[in-house]
Structures are given as structure tokens and as C-alpha cells.
Design a protein around this ligand. Structure first.
Ligand code: SF4
Length: 270
């Protein structure tokens, strides 16, 4: 019996002729040559540059979790998603094995994502209170999301070489959206650390010493002929953090309200 169609199959950005990166050097070349977000996300979505992560994401997609046994997993790199001209960019660590690696969208299909999207909705940044899968009708009119590492890593721990191999995808994405961007929110210390070199590659003047990560941490970054960019830290809404109360809905709302106001975003109509 054939498997039911997955939601993400209706909006897969890649085509049969999308070039596939098979090494860190090819990631840098293909990312640097991408001239549009559409071209970039298609290339991100078929990347095979990190052998350990490719093996893991595909193994998880075949084995599946019992609760999702009937679903067809995405099992590929999770590309950037959201507004094409965002004023707010949210950067996370990496997709979860049975979250983004299943649904094809970052922060979608797990409890972290449920927590995050509920906050974005309360703050007027998402059209719906939940994100279920790529192509589910959810919309972020002025916000974009990306992961520092696009493939699900074992135990949520990418290796430094994998982080570095993946960085050109984020550099290229940031370059393509930088003109309108006013705020970047980094979810968790890993995303905070991974974003600094990316900002440097995109021409932002970086403060020294580098500000420490913390919930609500802020750094204003200057750039030529454009408004300052506000970089914000936010504790990751992981299950561990939310269960222990280290991150509460009010704490997440405080960060996204601040980001929204700084970026001068208008609330979505009720
Ligand atoms: S982690 Fe990034 S560079 Fe490595 S295979 Fe996935 S998309 Fe490619």
C-alpha cells in the first residue's frame, strides 16, 4: 500500500535539476552563487555535505517514531522559511529528529515549536497559533526562520565542523534579506555563538568583546548606509527549559514583543 501524501510534498522547493552540495567547499560555492531566496532554499534542501548528519537524518526518517509511523518524513535539510523581506529573523540550533526532520519546517512538529509559535501568535507575528508542517497555511508576514545547522544532529549536538560547513547557507540567506532586516533573535547559546561569524561575513561591525549570551541580551550592530541591526538572545524553548520553568510563555513574549517593537512591526489583525 502506498504511503499517504505528506503536506511538505506540495511545497518542496527543490527540482530534479537542483544542484547538490556534497562537501563544505560545494556548500560555500552553491550558497555564494544563489541569486534568489527560491534558488537558495532549494539548494539548502538537498545538501549532502555532512556524511554523519545525512546518515542520521535519513536513518531517523526510515525508522520513525511510533507515533508518526504512518507519516512520510522529510528526512532532508530544513531550509529557511517565512517572509521573503523579513524585518525579524529567528535563528535556531538545528531541526529536531522527529520535528523539523519530519515536517520539513524548522520549529515545527515538536513541543519547542508549539511553545515558540504560540508566543509568535500572541505577539502578532504569526497568523496561526501553531505550525504543523511545511505547507500547512501558517504565515509569518514579516518574520523568517532559519537554523544554524540545517540537518537534525544526533542528540541535538552538531560537531564544530558541521556547524562551519553549514554556515555559508546562513550567510547567503542573511545577505539576501539584510536590506529590510532590523532584528535577529537567537534561540539558545549555540545559535548565538554560530550567528556572530555569519554576521561578520555579511559585513556587520561586531562589538569587541562579544556580548555574552543570555535571555534578553542585546547588541546593536552597525552597518554602512542602513539602520542598526538589533541582535537579541532568547533561551531556547526546549522541553527541558519549559518543563523546569527556565523559560516561561511570559519570558518568550517579552523577547518577541521587544523585537516586534524595535522592528516597528505592525500587529496582525485579529
Ligand atoms: S548540516 Fe548543513 S552543510 Fe551539513 S549536510 Fe546538512 S545542510 Fe548540508
Amino acid at each position: 500500500m502506498s504511503e499517504p501524501e505528506a503536506s511538505w510534498q506540495r511545497c518542496d522547493p527543490a527540482r530534479p535539476d537542483t544542484p547538490v552540495a556534497r562537501s563544505a567547499a560545494e556548500v560555500a560555492a552553491l550558497a555564494g552563487e544563489s541569486r534568489s531566496l527560491g534558488e537558495l532554499v532549494a539548494r539548502q534542501s538537498v545538501c549532502r555535505a555532512c556524511p554523519r548528519l545525512v546518515a542520521w537524518r535519513e536513518q531517523v526518517a526510515v525508522a520513525r517514531r511510533r507515533a508518526f509511523r504512518e507519516e512520510r518524513y522529510w528526512g532532508r535539510p530544513v531550509p529557511g522559511w517565512g517572509a521573503a523581506q523579513p524585518r525579524l529573523l529567528i535563528v535556531g540550533l538545528a531541526p529536531a529528529a522527529h520535528g523539523g526532520n519530519r515536517t520539513g519546517r524548522i520549529f515545527t512538529g515538536d513541543r519547542s515549536g508549539d511553545f515558540l509559535f504560540a508566543s509568535l501568535y500572541r505577539c502578532g507575528l504569526a497568523e496561526k497559533p501553531a505550525s504543523v508542517a511545511a505547507c500547512d497555511g501558517q504565515r509569518l508576514p514579516d518574520t523568517r526562520m532559519a537554523a544554524a545547522v540545517r540537518c537534525a544532529p544526533p542528540e541535538n549536538k552538531p560537531e564544530p565542523a558541521e556547524r562551519d560547513a553549514c554556515a555559508p547557507w546562513l550567510v547567503a540567506e542573511l545577505r539576501l534579506v539584510a536590506a529590510d532586516l532590523r532584528v535577529i533573535v537567537c534561540l539558545g547559546g549555540f545559535a548565538w555563538q554560530a550567528t556572530w561569524p555569519v554576521l561578520g561575513s555579511c559585513g556587520f561591525a561586531l562589538p569587541r568583546p562579544r556580548p555574552a549570551f543570555g535571555h534578553g541580551a542585546e547588541a546593536r550592530l552597525r552597518r554602512p548606509a542602513a539602520p542598526d541591526l538589533l541582535l537579541m538572545g532568547c533561551y531556547h524553548p526546549s522541553q527541558q527549559n519549559t518543563f523546569t520553568g527556565r523559560v516561561t510563555p511570559a519570558m518568550l513574549d517579552a523577547v518577541f514583543s521587544r523585537a516586534r517593537d524595535y522592528a516597528d512591526l505592525h500587529l496582525l489583525a485579529d
